[in-house]
Design a binder for this molecule. Structure first.
Ligand code: NAD
Length: 275
């Protein structure tokens, strides 16, 4: 069947997110950077956030602005600090006028047995991987409701669905963010707002590179054994997930075609949780 000009035009419009504005927390690296880049390529203005900003990072942001004819901004707000989160949201509003898309991605990990798990690490993981999303969501929902459109994408993990040993705080935070996602989805469902949890398997980012030696110590394995027998063993595809795949999914979730997907846990983990 031949597509008519009208249907072609509609599908182009659906894919075009130009004029929308997003905040992507933890977007100086890894998955957050991949999602922020994909959103800019779809025409979205993006507030970047995270640690370790550099002149290389500033050049990358400028190139994304020029190539995609969008605006970007940057906030170094610490996601463990409620007042800095509030400041970041205000800065995004000042830069773009409104916030349509919120991607809660900033996260940290620590791998250690429960009996020696440092209390400070527990507190930091719960604050950054879980409570930060509560603070960002409660700040943006009123304006999303008023505008009748919004997308909340929480980067959870396969560890929102299943556990692994030595990751007590991370698994607790990620199960928690899935519960938060479902609850918010129900509260905002009638306002044109969706809230979903993306559940990636292993992606070879600095977060995973750091846990390879920690896991080797906790499980008394070599680092090569950790990659083969722990990380890739979890994923039937035996391949790391990529940041580009997660960027594509985030862009899809922002399109009209995804408007009935809400309150979902979306696994992107090479079949890990199908077992
Ligand atoms: P990463 O270490 O590459 O990036 C983490 C980002 O968060 C960085 O930009 C960092 O600066 C930022 N960040 C850390 N602490 C922060 C804080 N207090 N305030 C503000 N920003 C902070 O890690 P990643 O692998 O890209 O992880 C991103 C998210 O994806 C995390 O929530 C993580 O749990 C989740 N995830 C990762 C994997 C994986 O295999 N890499 C798998 C599933 C889920």
């Amino acid at each position: 069947m031949q597509a008519t000009d009208a249907t072609l035009e509609r599908s182009k419009l659906n894919r075009n997110l130009r004029g929308k504005s997003a905040i992507v927390t933890g977007s100086t690296s890894g998955i957050g950077l991949g999602i922020a880049r994909a959103l800019t390529e779809a025409g979205v203005n993006v507030m970047f956030n995270g640690f370790g900003s550099s002149s290389d990072f500033d050049r990358l942001r400028k190139a994304l602005e020029d190539d995609n004819r969008i605006k970007t901004a940057f906030s170094g707000a610490d996601m463990s600090k409620e007042s800095e989160i509030a400041d970041m949201i205000e800065e995004a509003r000042t830069a773009f006028g409104h916030i349509d898309i919120l991607v809660n991605n900033a996260g940290i990990q620590h791998v250690e047995a429960i009996e020696t798990f440092p209390v400070s690490k527990w507190n930091a993981i719960i604050a950054i991987d879980l409570s930060a999303a509560f603070h960002t969501i409660r700040a943006v929902v009123p304006e999303m409701k008023a505008r009748g459109w919004g997308r909340i994408i929480n980067i959870a993990s396969a560890h929102a669905l299943v556990a692994s040993p030595y990751k007590s705080a991370y698994v607790a935070a990620k199960h928690g963010i899935l519960g938060l996602t479902k609850t918010v989805a129900l509260e905002v469902a009638e306002y044109g707002i969706t809230a979903n949890a993306v559940c990636p398997g292993y992606v070879l980012t600095p977060l995973v590179e750091k846990q390879i030696p920690e896991t080797a110590k906790a499980r008394m394995l070599t680092e090569a054994q950790v990659v083969r027998d722990v990380l890739l063993h979890a994923q039937p595809t035996r391949k790391f997930v990529t940041t580009e795949e997660l960027g594509d999914l985030a862009v899809f979730l922002c399109q009209d075609g995804a408007k009935s997907i809400t309150g979902a846990a979306l696994p992107v983990e090479g079949g890990w949780t199908a077992r």
